[in-house]
Ligand binder design. Structure first.
Ligand code: UT7
Length: 322
């Protein structure tokens, strides 16, 4: 049987760091409120001239080196993001060209905070179907450019970044099960109001920014993440007690704690980066994965469960032997 196996990881965070204390000077908030309600202490923010593809290229370089491959080995590039540089060409083609990857399959997909889980699941299908030998899979977001910096309900939550993995076919166990879901009935709870075919001319104006009913999103997120984590384990016939690591989407520490509790996992088996990264949307899971690997916590052969939830709503989980 062919598995998809992670061969290398990398991440990139913009240089500029914005602390909760910095935000106290911008909106009516406090470090105490932000920390206790969300767990966030600081976040990285793109420079005005820094784009999502800039971050992707840096994260990808690290992952390529970590995997010990050459750019010419890569035959598949996929990016989960809702903040591409351009409407077209798709951001994966920009990255393919900038890295000097030979012409290959390159596309992006949009699933809000679940973007990386959707991209990794798609890659797994391509690898298992045969033909794809070396994939560059990225989750990245320049989400702070969509935020209204006068809206304390949202501006304290988000941060920018990119996480990348190299995935290759292997006879040894790698990705074991993937579960994706979406339900558009929840659109009004979390959305960005303009796009390529709707009111594009209003983008960048004061009325247009991320719109979220935070506490309603919270409730659905907790329930759905518990279910999708269980679905990945059940499909693989693996008991939650066998899990070594949970790598959750980093939206809110209280959501992370609730999911860990439902899985019966102590928090020291959960990779948590929300305090340093904030909610980086599609970048949060691959960056947390990279953090856990590089600081030596996640070891080869261990059982890892990734999960995410975001606008749409979309949700997903990936269970793998690292
Ligand atoms: O990643 C994609 C999915 N997104 C999520 O998963 C986000 C899910 N939601 C959340 O994480 C939480 O709902 C938030 C962190 C967004 C908000 O926390 P909450 O405990 O649900 O607070 P709330 O929205 O119910 O607001 C409570 C109070 C309100 O004041 P009143 O009406 O009680 O007087 C808000 O106006 O807190 C106020 N508030 C703030 N106060 C200080 C809202 N934002 C702030 C702030 N600083 N930044």
């Amino acid at each position: 049987m062919t598995y998809s196996k992670i061969a290398g990881t990398g991440r990139y965070l913009p240089e500029r760091v914005l602390t909760n204390f910095d935000l106290e000077k911008i909106v009516e908030t406090s470090d105490e409120w932000i920390r206790t309600r969300t767990g966030v202490e600081r976040r990285h923010v793109c420079a005005d001239d820094e784009t999502t593809s800039d971050m992707c290229v840096e994260a990808a370089k690290v992952a390529i080196e970590d995997a010990g491959i050459d750019v010419s080995d890569i035959d598949f590039v996929i990016v989960g993001t809702t903040t591409p540089d351009l409407i077209f060409p798709n951001i994966a083609t920009l990255i393919q060209h900038r890295l000097g990857i030979p012409a290959c399959t390159a596309f992006s997909l949009e699933a809000a905070c679940t973007g990386f889980i959707y991209a990794l699941t798609t890659t797994d299908k391509f690898i298992k179907a045969g033909g794809t030998k070396c994939a560059l899979v990225i989750g990245a977001e320049c989400i702070t450019k969509l935020v209204d910096w006068k809206d304390r309900n949202t501006c304290v939550l988000f941060g920018d970044g990119a996480g990348a993995v190299i995935v290759k076919p292997s006879d040894e166990a790698g990705i074991i099960s993937c579960h994706l879901g979406a339900d558009g009935q929840y659109k009004e709870l979390l959305y960005y109001p303009v796009g390529a075919s709707k009111d594009l001319h209003k983008a960048g104006t004061d009325d247009v920014a991320i719109t979220m009913k935070g506490n309603e999103v919270f409730k659905v997120a907790v329930k759905t993440l518990g279910n999708v984590a269980k679905a990945a384990l059940d499909a693989a016939g693996i008991d939650k007690s066998e899990l070594d690591w949970l790598i959750p989407h980093q939206a809110n520490m209280r959501i992370i704690q609730a999911t860990a509790k439902r899985l019966g996992l102590p928090l020291d088996k959960v990779i948590v980066t929300v305090q340093d990264h904030g909610n980086t949307s599609a970048a949060s899971v691959p960056m947390a994965f990279d953090v856990g690997i590089r600081d030596g916590r996640i070891q080869r052969g261990q059982l890892v469960l990734m999960e995410a939830f975001g606008g749409g709503f979309t949700w997903g989980s990936v269970l793998m032997r690292y």
